[in-house]
Design a protein around this ligand. Sequence first.
Ligand code: ADP
Length: 530
Amino acid sequence: RSSPRSSPRWATHDCARVLADSMPTCDAMRPLRLALAASELTPYAKTGGLADVLLGLGRWLGQPAVTDKATGKPSLTGPGHDVRVFVPYYKRIADSGVEVRDLPHGQKIDVRFPQRTIRFGIKEAKLPDSDVSVYFIDCPELYYREGIYTEDGDEALRFAMLSRAVLETCQRLQWAPDVVHCNDWHTALIPLYLRTAYSWDKLFAKTKTLLTIHNIGYQGYYPESQLDTIGLGDQRAHVHHGDLKDKKFSFLKTGVLHATRLSTVSITYAKEIQTDEFGMGMQEMLRSRSSDLLGIVNGVDYGEWDPATDPKIPHHYSLDDMSGKAKMKAALLNRFQLPHDSRAPVFGVVSRLTSQKGFELFADSIPIHLQREDMRLIVLGSGESKHENYFQWLRDTWPSKVGIYRGFQEELAHWIEAGSDVFLMPSRFEPCGLNQMYSLRYGTPPIVRRTGGLADTVQAWDPGAQTGTGFPFDEYSSQALAGTMDWVLRNWRDQRGWQQLVKNGMSQDFSWDRQGPEYVELYRSLSTHR
Ligand code: ADP
């Protein structure tokens, strides 16, 4: 199969090994101290893929070390690291009743900003089914709100505080991370804070930073005046000058300027964000750091997403016995009170309903198919009202063919992956995308637009060669989507071929065991970076 896992451009396994061989063995072999900082973490606070990645990567990195068969020593690129994850203690986490303990000596910590001093405490828990510590930043005045993200006037301060609280927590623990792995704009100020407010502290003398861009569509823009609020008023020389001229600044751009290295979540997206079409204004600065920018496809946590064991679905199945999939289809249709007919394919959607996800392409394609074909469409999502209203219109127009659930419902997401026959993901752009990888594992071939991580993870079905895993299309147009739907329906009628397609998808391996080592190589090369 064509591997989704291509070697990094500048840090192949061999390269990491050579690097390690040239260092004193004890240092090369020692487990790394890794701080993972983000605004989301499954299962506590999630709006999208970022949360799943933090759980999956964190849990994998913290697993016991594996032995390298060739040398008999702990694997250089395997797990077994001292990894700790940092997220805000949002109201929803406090309300969820998750078991946490107050960290001794980690309470009533004051962080001084020019206009106010903000106090926080540290609560600790373990990532589910692991020994990895999660440090929750407990700061009720900033995080006890309804949403994870807000449009409140202090949104910049909320995440500047997160960035500083990560470093303050390391200080309390007297724990010196080799790498602080920042994720998206919310934690992108850490590199600059390390160089300024915390530069005096020898604890961080060797600390390097990695900034991973999970979605360049969110850059964390705020008025320039807020630089003073977040304690970076005297750092104007170190934020993007063009933005300052426009009286604004961006968290993400600041991170790109100051992080030791940069990564993003697929190989294709790493190239795309350096182009005018996808860079969203950051292409030039990314091009100027292109030798520091690496694409690593996200992994899938099959502990959470595997139809053979998934506790969120009532019927299980695997390649050896697929009968559970037919039962899931019936159960899903039943849940949405749609008539069941095993010959009618079910198309599933689980998504944030934003323009990124390509739903505008539905307008001149899906209604034609709903009108003409015996098919079902089941949608789980929430977001922009124009998309919500559109799906509601589809439901009202074809009530026996369309089911919609407006909202966020983790369990239902698993049901739709399992109970659908085809997964729909025609994204305009897609940094990596997890849902298409989940759908492959659940035997639900995806329709995807060939962009970002979708291009890296889904290969076109070729009935002649019996190869491929799904139905990618190139042009961002309703016609292209409609043509792809026809392509799918033609192949659906050939159920023998379809079973092979399903098998190809279910046999793919996007596990963290495959993807995680690329991060470890990157962290190791960073920790030896001068
Ligand atoms: P993105 O991060 O852009 O939202 P991904 O495909 O990477 O897209 O990840 C989306 C994640 O969020 C998946 O785990 C998906 O199941 C989940 N998700 C998205 N919308 C919903 C929803 N309405 N209800 C439950 N889960 C959702």
